[in-house]
Design a protein around this ligand. Structure first.
Ligand code: ZN
Length: 243
């Protein structure tokens, strides 16, 4: 069984389609939230995601904010402007779907959550923040998104704290029997780890490995649509640099 790991699509259809082409052989899909927000194609991205086979999806903060279920006070002015634009684009059906998403889910022994635990919308950006999640999660494996930084955290023994390991150029995570792991497959639609290519993962369940990959996509096409929609210039410029 191989699951495609997708996260932080953020309404970027060009990036999502490039990733889904790479994941055409996946048996199922685990989506870690933020399907919408920032990009110019929230509706088409929602349609694509909902069509995926064996999909399990959790809500991100942008998904909830777009349907009035998360306080916009947490957002910077650029993100807020994009959310307000996104809200106006959503059909009733798409809005109902976003409202229906849980904030956590489980598949086999793995936890799916957008941000962290115990608070689902907290960020994991350091070993200290990862430790809070390791302490709160029931099993040995979690998949998270939210930071738009492709990396993982590993605990190999109780006496040593989590190690933070970058995967910004892709790579493989070997899930050892006695280890504990938090894996962030990175952002499809708005990477922020210095690599502008769309980031995604594959969880090979029987092999006990996670492969992280990056795929280039037509950034200029995504930017042109954002400009046409009058979304903030800053949000489209950052796609070119992955910051
Ligand atoms: Zn996000």
């Amino acid at each position: 069984m191989t699951y495609g790991l997708i996260s932080d699509i953020h309404g970027n259809l060009e990036a999502l389609d490039a990733v889904l082409t790479e994941l055409s052989d996946a048996d199922g899909f685990l989506c870690l939230g933020d399907i919408v927000g920032y990009g110019a194609d929230p509706g088409p991205c929602l349609t694509r995601v909902r069509e995926l086979s064996n999909l399990i999806c959790v809500a991100g903060n942008h998904d909830l904010a777009a349907v009035g279920s998360y306080d916009l006070g947490w957002f910077n002015p650029f993100a807020r402007a994009a959310i307000e634009w996104t809200t106006a684009q959503l059909t009733d059906e798409h809005a109902a779907y976003l409202r229906s998403l849980p904030t956590t889910a489980h598949i086999d022994s793995a936890l799916l959550v957008h941000g962290s635990l115990p608070n689902e919308m907290d960020y994991i950006t350091s070993a200290a923040e990862a430790r809070l999640c390791f302490d709160a999660m029931p099993g040995n494996l979690a998949f998270v998104g939210h930071t738009h930084v492709t990396e993982y955290y590993e605990v190999r023994s109780r006496s040593r704290g989590p190690r933070q390991i970058s995967l910004s150029s892709g790579g493989e995570v070997e899930l050892r029997d006695k280890g504990r792991y938090i894996v962030n497959p990175g952002a499809i639609g708005q990477p922020r780890d210095g690599n502008p290519a769309a980031s995604f993962g594959e969880w090979h369940v029987e092999a006990g490995t996670v492969t992280i990959r990056r795929v280039p996509y037509d950034i200029e096409a995504a930017q042109a649509k954002m400009r046409e929609a009058r979304l903030p210039e800053y949000l489209l410029e950052r796609l070119s640099v992955g910051r």
